[in-house]
Design a protein around this ligand. Structure first.
Ligand code: NAI
Length: 219
């Protein structure tokens, strides 16, 4: 934790992973776990886990470890999974449809309340049990239902303009899949820029550093 009491971004980034692992342990019926066992499972160190959880006041007991369901619940509260923030998705193309259909928003503190697209042929279609609305309805919808999170699944070229409009309509957080990093321009607004390609590059780096050098070099 920093001197002014703020939890560091790197700790916050690890919380969803704790939450996921603890959820799995609950499903398996594990009631308690030591920091050493949890560390082995998550490929972290026990002291890292204790340090992370101490940022929020500890939760563990000397000689007992952690009560799995309590810790899961506490981390869930810190993450805000009990809040159900109203969320909209912009761009009901291949990616937008996949996200709307496959992400369990409710278990992650969000509720998907509207899907929008600028294409007349896409508007009116059903996606994930909802009817896609035309983007022209966005302003009225936001003023009426006051969503706070927007998921952007639109081409890079339109992202800046759409994000500016959404900020003016009260959006406080972007889950941004467009290949455009919004955080540079929006201080005070929470942004998660997601680039699946970056994750793949991290993997290719890893594999390339394990495999012997390849390429047509002749001996
Ligand atoms: P797509 O072409 O299937 O869908 C894009 C949809 O956005 C279309 O239905 C289009 O009508 C709509 N749209 C465009 N401008 C809009 C606007 N101003 N307002 C509302 N709707 C608008 O494309 P796809 O495959 O779904 O990809 C969407 C974007 O996500 C692309 O820019 C792509 O590069 C990016 N992408 C990002 C990934 C990541 O890891 N961040 C992974 C895959 C795609």
């Amino acid at each position: 934790m920093s001197k002014n009491g703020e939890v560091s971004a790197s700790v916050i980034k690890r919380l969803p992973r704790y939450y996921r692992f603890l959820g799995e342990l609950m499903k398996q019926g594990t009631e308690r776990i030591s920091s050493r066992e949890l560390a082995a499972l998550m490929k972290l160190t026990a002291s890292q886990i204790r340090q992370d959880l101490n940022c929020f006041g500890g939760f563990g007991q000397q000689g007992y470890g952690y009560n799995v369901s309590d810790l899961h619940e506490q981390i869930g509260k810190i993450l805000g999974v009990d809040k159900k923030l109203d969320t909209i998705l912009i761009g009901a193309g291949n990616l937008g449809r996949a996200i709307a259909s496959h992400i369990n928003f409710e278990t992650r503190g969000c509720r998907l309340i509207g899907i929008f697209d600028s294409n007349e042929k896409v508007a009116g279609k059903a996606v994930a049990g909802a009817t896609v609305r035309h983007i022209s309805e966005l302003e009225f919808f936001c003023r009426t239902y006051k969503p706070v999170i927007a998921i952007l699944c639109i081409p890079k070229a339109n992202t800046q303009q759409v994000a500016e409009l959404l900020v003016s309509l009260g959006i406080k957080g972007f889950w941004n899949f467009s290949h455009y990093d919004l955080s540079i321009d929006y201080e005070g607004i929470a942004v998660e820029n997601v680039h699946l390609g970056d994750s793949l590059l991290t993997l290719t780096y890893g594999v390339n550093h394990i495999l012997p050098a390849q390429g047509g070099e002749e001996e």
